[in-house]
Design a binder for this molecule. Structure first.
Ligand code: CP
Ligand code: NVA
Length: 311
């Protein structure tokens, strides 16, 4: 019997031991190529001879460039397309797209409007499918964030992370990760933009230490890490309502001062300075956003290595 295809769709679907192995592989790979030119392949080039297809239904800078750079560093290649340029954009079923790509490439990364399409793509693929962000989750981003936290503050297990703002896709993947890796997650969001209740229920069932409320000051109290994200995600149409409801959730220096003295700040980017975060915080000494962005590359190399069965 052949081994099951290793899709990377959502962190709650993976074993904690696999997530830990991916993080440790990322640390090792990053250290091993310190100071190398960015285009030089890793010594073990685990994706040599392999091609990753990338499909984008939404805009992207970090995900697009980091997956492309990741495949080059792993010795492989990429084919990138916006969905509108594909027959997918004219209504070809995603199942048929999956069957065709499975004959031509070795893995697919998709950034999709609807999470269900990521799941449908995976169901009809005989090759690994990676969720490069959907309306529901952003698992690749959260592995890069956890890598960044561990680089700067050591093991994430036992730490307190505070997520302040919109209970969106980024927030969801932190909820998915918390029970797997043993960190406490305090969420503060306004009631109308609260995190997904199924995600919270699953985390509770898995004995996750996830607390969701609406008070940002309470959430950041004693936190090791403070995280926020845009108030208006791609696909959101209620721009003005969001800005009004989320205004009390801006991460500023006063809020950061309630966290631990050595607390760090994360934001997946793109950021809207003056909305979810002030200039002083995002460009200040506690902010790790540039390491966090770079770590998309390192974390994803190890996600790809895991999908290819090299971890
Ligand atoms: N953080 C993130 O996913 O960035 P992009 O939208 O630029 O890919
Ligand atoms: N929550 C944001 C993340 C962008 C990387 C969005 O979905 O647009």
């Amino acid at each position: 019997m052949s081994a099951p295809v290793r899709h990377f769709l959502d962190l709650w679907k993976l074993d904690g031991s696999d997530l830990r192995a991916i993080l440790e592989d990322a640390k090792r790979r990053k250290a091993a190529r310190l100071g190398w030119p960015k285009g030089r392949p890793d010594a073990d080039a685990v994706a040599e001879g392999r091609v990753l297809a990338m499909i984008f239904e939404k805009n992207s800078t970090r995900t697009r460039f980091s997956f492309d750079a990741a495949m080059r560093q792993l010795g492989g290649d990429v084919i990138i397309s916006n969905a509108v340029d594909m027959q997918l954009g004219r209504g070809e079923p995603i199942e048929d797209t999956a069957r065709v790509l499975s004959r031509m490439v070795d893995a697919v990364m998709i950034r999709a409007n609807n999470h269900q399409d990521v799941e449908r793509l995976a169901l009809s693929s005989t090759i690994p499918v990676i969720n490069g962000l959907s309306d529901r989750s952003h698992p690749c981003q959260i592995l890069a964030d956890l890598l960044t936290i561990e680089e700067h503050r050591g093991p994430v297990a036992g730490k307190t992370l505070a997520y302040v703002g919109d209970g969106n896709n980024v927030c969801a993947s932190f909820i998915h990760a918390a029970p797997k890796l043993g960190f406490r997650l305090n969420i503060a969001s306004p009631a109308i933009y609260h995190p997904d209740l199924h995600d919270l229920a699953r985390a509770a069932q898995e004995q996750g230490m996830v607390h969701a409320g609406d008070d940002p000051r309470e959430a950041v109290q004693g936190a090791d890490v403070v995280i926020t994200d845009t108030w208006v995600s791609m696909g959101d149409t209620d721009h003005d309502e969001r800005l009004d409801a989320l205004e009390p959730y801006q991460v500023d220096e006063q809020l950061m001062d309630l966290a631990k003295g050595d607390a760090v700040f994360l934001h997946c980017l793109p950021a809207h300075r003056g909305e979810e975060v002030t200039d002083e915080v995002i460009d200040g000494p506690k902010s790790l956003i540039w390491d966090e962005a770079e770590n998309r590359l390192h974390a994803q190399k190890s996600i790809l290595a895991w999908c290819f069965g090299a971890i």
